[in-house]
Design a protein around this ligand. Structure first.
Ligand code: PDD
Length: 284
């Protein structure tokens, strides 16, 4: 597999970043994950806009190389050959001569791009597959989850506890409100109403979340951005996650509560998945 680091394509086995990189020393870095289907980037402009927003919120000046990001990524996609790929872009504040909270004025941002084969959403091939198992976790993250920061300790610690967290995803809650997952956004269906937590609820505003919100509204579904309480979860008819790598996947169990069984054709998550499939077919 090929990667791209600061102007050069380098094989994965040979690529190296300095330990004095602020991404390593301080987690002083942001990232994006963009899916490519059939060698075409999906929702690239939206991902680029979010990357620019993450950079500007943490005061990394927008690097010039972002102007050429699309052709760079496309070259990497070609080199790595898989038809469908997940492209990871990491940008740090750069390498400093020594460790200091204040970055050296001479350092310039590090750009690292890698890609992996994008696993086909298993619910496309088998919509009857059992849904995901999720666990509720208290949200101990910082208050700027709208920044796609690489510092993800609270998102990964639960998966590394000694007792082993045998779940597919976590659903973070803050006091009584549910927010999002460790690596995805959540949607909840109550009768015919589809809801997802609002932007101001300290979430990463997912590109996939926004895509489904918009497309479902256009197709005439009732969709709302609205606070959802932990207690409401028991009343939900469906719960789904969305992300750039998972697309849309249904939840079967949250802690000890099981979601009602429904025929997949009647499920809103399946209708949403069909909307995406149609779009991708039209795109290819
Ligand atoms: N995760 N919330 C969090 C905390 C996330 O990490 C992600 C994405 C999302 C969904 O965002 P989007 O639809 O733009 O992918 C929500 C990516 C896939 C990752 O970190 O690998």
């Amino acid at each position: 597999m090929w990667t791209y680091l600061n102007g050069e394509f380098i094989l994965k086995e040979h690529v190296k970043v300095s330990p004095f990189d602020r991404g390593f020393l301080f987690g002083d870095s942001v990232y994006e994950v963009i899916p490519a289907y059939n060698n075409k980037l999906f929702l690239f402009d939206e991902h680029l806009a979010r990357l620019e927003s993450s950079l500007s919120i943490i005061n990394i000046p927008i690097p010039d190389f972002l102007k050429n990001l699309r052709p760079l990524i496309m070259e990497l996609v070609k080199k790595n050959q898989f038809l469908n790929q997940a492209i990871y872009i990491q940008i740090t504040r750069g390498v400093d001569p020594f460790r200091s909270h204040v970055a050296s004025s001479s350092s310039s941002p590090t750009l690292f791009i890698s890609s992996t084969e994008l696993e086909i959403n298993p619910y496309r091939e088998n919509p009857m597959k059992k849904g995901l198992k999720v666990r509720l976790e208290e949200d101990i993250r910082w208050k700027r989850c709208d920044v796609k920061a690489t510092t993800l300790l609270p998102n990964i610690i639960p998966f590394h506890r000694e007792d082993g967290l045998n779940v597919d995803e976590i659903l973070f809650y803050d006091e009584e409100k549910v927010c999002e997952g460790s690596k995805s956004n959540f949607f909840f269906v109550f009768d015919d109403l589809i809801m997802t937590p609002p932007k101001d609820q300290n979430i990463l505003v997912g590109i996939t979340r926004n895509y489904f919100l918009k497309r479902l509204q256009e197709e005439g579904f009732r969709v709302l951005e609205k606070e959802i309480k932990k207690d409401d979860l028991k009343e939900a008819d469906e719960i789904w996650i969305t992300s750039s790598t998972k697309e849309i996947q249904p939840v079967h169990q949250i802690d000890d509560n099981f979601l009602p069984e429904k025929e997949y054709e009647d499920c809103y998550w399946y209708k949403a998945l069909m909307i995406l499939e149609e779009e991708l077919k039209g795109d290819s």
